[in-house]
Ligand binder design. Structure first.
Ligand code: FE2
Length: 387
């Protein structure tokens, strides 16, 4: 599929209500109440509890006069069984609004619970685009990392534990009613996760920018995200300055709005089966794949490279050859300086699985919007270079 960006004269751009600012986690309760809720189902993960953010959320909900059921049986790369158990708990307790607090795992799990309580069935029934037909309960999502974009996106990614693969659910229905970001929550995020989640945001921005479904609106948000990541990633990891962390939270939001509306590409088409098979960190996988996929895409996106180079903080005076070199060097430099993982081997991926991973990626919905067509051999070649 070649680049169709210029042919997209008609498009839509979907975003939830967005609330962003330091200290605003205290507004969770009033958001849930404003959506008509009386009993909140709060989905988070056990790892976040020690940070104190869960207590803040619980207090906010109770201060708003609402009841709350806290559900934390969520692991990284959230599993179908965890989501299905959550849905049973939501129904058993008679909840009427869902709040997801945490990284992508908690927020995607909250989306999964919302899908099941209104539609029934198993979560695998909703794999693919537009398979949800009944409206979801009110949903508030609050990210505590700087990368997933789940708080604004029309995607939910859940692990199918039987098939050991990731289910990509894509629907307008799974974008929440309210996205609430409090950048203060990043202050307790370990350096490693600042790096890997921001790298996920960078992948969202670059893939959205190159996507065949990109538009003027998605490009604006993608480039803004890249400006923020390139300015603040290394300083945020090394010095933990609140302003840099806030910039990364903002980058995640912009990148999320971009990819939710333009979809993604080969990085995510490959990252989903790898995450499904190995339960590996999503941002780490993207950090490894992104440079190789950008190299693969460059021949068909040359006209967009000077703007991408500008997004990464470099002027190229419109010279495509210079921009190509600048983009690749800037990306490598940023990933190295931030301490990102640089090989699939270092993530525990077994070389013998690469052909199967390439086969599975061909079926992932993200491959559809890749700017450059890829067959199984092309995907295998990218995986081998990233190994
Ligand atoms: Fe991602």
């Amino acid at each position: 599929m070649q680049n169709m960006e210029s042919s997209l004269n008609h498009y839509k751009f979907e975003v939830p209500e967005i609330i962003f600012g330091r200290g605003l986690l205290t507004q969770i309760g009033s958001c849930a109440r404003r959506l008509g809720g009386h009993k909140v189902f709060l989905v988070s993960d056990q790892g976040l509890f020690a940070s104190g953010w869960v207590d803040k959320a619980l207090k906010s909900i109770m201060d708003a006069g609402l009841e709350v059921i806290y559900y934390d049986n969520i692991t990284s790369n959230p599993k179908d069984l965890e989501v299905e158990e959550g849905a049973r708990e939501y129904i058993r307790h008679g909840c009427d609004v869902i709040v997801g607090l945490g990284g992508g795992s908690s927020m995607d799990a909250a989306k999964g619970v919302a899908i099941l309580v209104s539609n029934g069935g198993r979560i695998r029934d909703f794999e693919g685009p537009d398979k949800i037909f009944r409206p979801l309960p009110p949903l508030v999502l609050c990210p505590t990392t700087c990368g997933t974009g789940s708080d604004v996106s029309q995607f939910a990614i859940i692990n199918d534990t039987e098939r050991r693969c990731k289910l990509t659910i894509m629907s307008r229905c799974v974008a929440p009613d309210i996205s609430l970001t409090d950048p203060d929550t990043l202050e307790t995020l370990p350096d490693e996760f600042v790096c890997t989640t921001a790298t996920d945001a960078m992948s969202h921005a670059m893939e959205a920018f190159f996507s065949v479904a990109s538009t003027t609106l998605t490009d604006v948000h993608a480039i803004k995200a890249l400006r923020l990541v390139s300015t603040s990633l290394v300083n945020a990891v090394r010095e933990r300055r609140p302003d840099d962390l806030e910039n990364l939270a903002r980058a995640s939001l912009h990148a999320g709005m971009a990819f939710s509306n333009s979809l993604l590409g080969i990085v995510h088409a490959l990252a989903h089966p790898i995450g499904g098979l190995y339960d590996a960190n999503h941002g780490s996988i993207n950090a490894v794949l992104l440079p190789e996929v950008i190299k693969y895409d460059i021949p068909v996106v040359s006209e967009k490279l000077p703007e991408l180079a500008w997004g990464l903080g470099h002027r190229t005076d419109g010279n495509i050859g210079t921009a190509s070199e600048v983009v690749q060097e800037a990306l490598d430099h940023m990933l190295d300086a931030a301490g990102a993982p640089r090989s699939l081997r270092s993530l525990g991926v077994d070389r013998k699985d690469l052909p199967e991973l390439a086969r599975r990626a061909l079926k992932d919905v993200c491959i559809v919007t890749s700017p450059r067509e890829a067959d199984e051999g092309d995907l295998l070649s990218i995986l081998e270079k990233a190994y």
